[in-house]
Write a protein that binds this ligand. Structure first.
Ligand SMILES: [Cu+2]
Length: 447
């Protein structure tokens, strides 16, 4: 067996040198070899060389994200330009092209791919932007698990990325797909626990990305409390760098504000910090997210955010807001890591929200992305009852609400006719990919 493996390796090395290890995909790829047989044919005698997996690297805000990926030999890496300007994906170390592959100008929305058939460390860069650099580390046992081999992959993980999230601490999953964070009671406090850690998440079928997530899910689990509750939230940091958690909209004392490097020292890797405060906020929609003074951009875009819902006193943990039959939370996000997503998923992987004809539906809507998203509802007009957790003196009736980054909304409507009613961002490029609907779309299935 050993000698056979060596032969296979030599064969691969020979193939690599002969240029048979090809890129594929976009028309302007120069990596596709014209002189050799297709890789599928060549690799039929060396099964490990078949490109069966794909990993996507985003390009946005002038960075490759994630900049460093670990993949198995034979993985096809797809670079997608989510930015508003053209970039290139050009192979070579020290920003010097080695000629292996070059996407040339990759316009916004376009993709380029290359299949890595030999273990090694491969640097690449954008020729236009000095800060756009990345590395693909290829090995035979890299952790890039398929959805069915997660546990085995976890054991061979070199970079401590947990296998596929989510809900790693036994949280119940709600109909909106968001996990509900359990708590214990201690001396009159509701005690919650969050762990920030690297984890693989699935944004849609066939698209797995590395996230930094609370309790393994993006968005993080929903923290649901009653107005007036005293809470303790223990935050354990399993990230490779310091972090902190900000309680967005809850007006807590300064020492609990969660700005690492300003209101507290960053929570160091391996450490736990306990936030403790009384929830004085009015019932409504709030958020939590990482907020270190250093590296906030990266931590936010990697998925460290979640919803914080305040219910009226007397409402049970899993009960629906009084006066409503259905209560759903929708978190909008557009990071370059995940693309346009709703509750961490891209349509059609997004949740379908069930209701019965005649139900009163309450939607907690959070924009935790970097862009405005005008959300449009089919079939009904809704009332905007609250913004940033504050009741509006005169609720406004509309069918489209322009949501801004960092802002939360409470929307209410009566589902008075059956149907499958879309609720989606109305920026067309945020809800389409090629000819398909994709991105920030969900639907209410009213029966
Ligand atoms: Cu949008």
């Amino acid at each position: 067996m050993k000698s056979r493996k060596i032969i296979a390796t030599i064969t691969l090395a020979t193939l690599f040198l002969s240029g048979a290890l090809v890129g594929c995909g976009s028309a302007n790829s120069t990596a596709t070899s014209k002189s050799t047989k297709p890789i599928q044919t060549t690799s039929s005698s060396t099964p490990t060389a078949i490109a069966t997996e794909t990993v996507t690297v985003g390009m946005g805000n002038m960075v490759f994200n994630p900049a460093v990926i670990h993949v198995k030999t034979g993985t096809k890496v797809i670079w997608k330009n989510n930015d508003t300007i053209a970039h290139t994906v050009t192979s070579g170390a020290n920003r010097s092209s080695d000629g292996k592959y070059d996407s040339k100008d990759l316009q916004p929305g376009k993709s380029f791919s290359y299949t890595f058939m030999k273990p090694g460390s491969y640097d690449y860069f954008c020729v236009y932007h000095p800060d756009m650099n990345g590395t693909v580390i290829v090995s035979d046992d890299a952790t890039n698990p398929t959805e069915t081999e997660t546990m085995a992959a976890q054991q061979t993980s070199k970079d401590k990325i947990a296998a596929m999230g989510t809900g790693l601490q036994g949280e119940p999953q709600q109909k909106d797909d968001i996990y509900l964070l359990p708590y214990t009671t201690e001396n009159g406090y509701k005690v919650f626990h969050l762990t920030a850690e690297p984890v693989w998440v699935s944004v849609q079928k066939g698209k797995r990305v590395e996230a930094w997530a609370f309790n393994g899910s993006v968005p993080g689990p929903e923290i649901k409390v009653n107005q007036g509750d005293k809470v303790k939230i223990e935050v354990t940091n399993q990230l490779p760098e310091g972090t902190s958690v900000h309680w967005h909209g809850l007006d807590v004392p300064f020492s609990m504000d969660g700005v690492g490097g300003l209101s507290q020292p960053p929570i160091q890797p391996g450490a736990t910090f306990t936030y403790s405060f009384t929830v004085n906020a009015t019932p409504g929609t709030y958020a939590y997210h990482s907020h270190p003074m250093a590296d906030m951009m990266k931590q936010e875009s990697m998925g460290l955010f979640g919803p914080f819902i305040v219910e009226p006193k007397g409402t049970g943990w899993q009960q629906v807001h009084p006066g409503y039959q259905d209560e759903y939370t929708i978190v909008l996000n557009d990071s370059s890591e995940f693309g346009y997503n709703l509750n961490g998923k891209s349509f059609p992987a997004t949740p379908v929200l069930p209701a019965k004809t005649g139900d009163n539906i309450l939607v907690h809507l959070l924009n935790l992305g970097d862009m405005n998203h005008p959300m449009h509802l089919h079939g009904f007009h809704f009332k905007e009852t609250e913004q940033d957790g504050v009741p509006l003196p005169a609720p406004v009736t509309m069918d489209t609400i322009d949501t801004a980054p960092g802002t939360t909304y409470d929307l209410a409507f009566n589902a008075n006719q059956p149907g499958e009613w879309l609720f989606h961002c109305h920026v067309v490029s945020h809800v389409t990919s090629g000819t398909q609907m994709s991105g920030m779309i969900t639907l209410f299935d009213v029966k």
